[in-house]
Design a protein around this ligand. Structure first.
Ligand SMILES: C[S@@+](CC[C@H](N)C(=O)[O-])C[C@H]1O[C@@H](n2cnc3c(N)ncnc32)[C@H](O)[C@@H]1O
Length: 207
């Protein structure tokens, strides 16, 4: 399941510590993220929806140092992850192996606003200080969608802070993907891959 090169931590063993009612890991998604992060070496990953992906992306950063001379000696890579459900946030906290804790920061996200945007039930979080971060990879995989909250507008706030080559990866969430295609202002290349149970949409910032 896991790429052969990733031998440092055993994903299955880590995930087996989750409660019985936790959503099961989607290994195909995790392998995609792992490979992507290993290859692209983002400095700051901003994740919406914590869980198994938090561990996998942190591991990819910690154990596969960049060959890029600009990044080789850089030790500031981080995974900043938000969850709106206290319980699942704590479950993620408990699961992070000690050798990865130093680069993961987990936060409880509060819903700031729920509204209708061009007839779409949309929402926005309150991120507090975290609004000041400059992510070069956003992974959108949370929260659980409801009838009243189908689309998050949060990635729009970060768009102007991202530099060319940065990416927004969305797990499923087709309506949110269409929303981003329509409302992102800069020039983004888009591709969709049929990975895992919902597919992954990848926006890459061109300029
Ligand atoms: C689809 S999960 C994905 C989490 C993570 N990105 C991953 O790949 O493992 C997204 C959200 O579902 C929420 N959630 C609701 N019920 C859950 C459950 N039974 N197990 C895990 N997460 C649950 C959590 O708050 C979490 O942020």
């Amino acid at each position: 399941m896991k790429p052969a090169k990733a031998t440092v931590n055993n994903w299955k063993e880590i995930f087996s510590k989750r409660p019985k009612d936790a959503l099961p890991p989607v290994y195909e998604d995790l392998e995609f993220l792992y490979d992507y992060v290993t290859e692209k070496r983002p400095h700051i990953i901003l994740e919406f929806g914590s869980g198994c992906s938090t561990v996998v992306m942190a591991e990819a950063i910690v154990y596969y140092p960049s060959k890029d001379p600009w990044q080789k000696n850089w030790s500031g890579n981080t995974v900043v992850s938000f969850d709106n459900e206290r319980r699942w946030l704590f479950e993620t906290m408990k699961m992070i192996p000690s050798d990865l804790k130093h680069i993961v920061s987990l936060h409880l996200a509060m819903m700031l606003d729920v509204f209708t945007f061009q007839e779409i039930p949309a929402f926005q979080y309150f991120w507090g200080d975290i609004m000041s971060i400059y992510p070069d990879l956003i992974y959108l995989d949370g929260p659980e969608l409801t009838k009243a909250t189908r689309v998050t507008i949060d990635p729009l706030y970060y768009e102007h802070k991202m530099y060319p080559g940065s990416v927004i990866i969305v797990d499923g969430r087709d309506e949110n993907v269409e929303f981003l295609k329509k409302h992102l202002l800069r020039k983004w290349a888009f591709r969709h891959e049929n990975i895992g149970d919902n597919g992954m949409s990848i926006f890459k910032l061109e300029k």
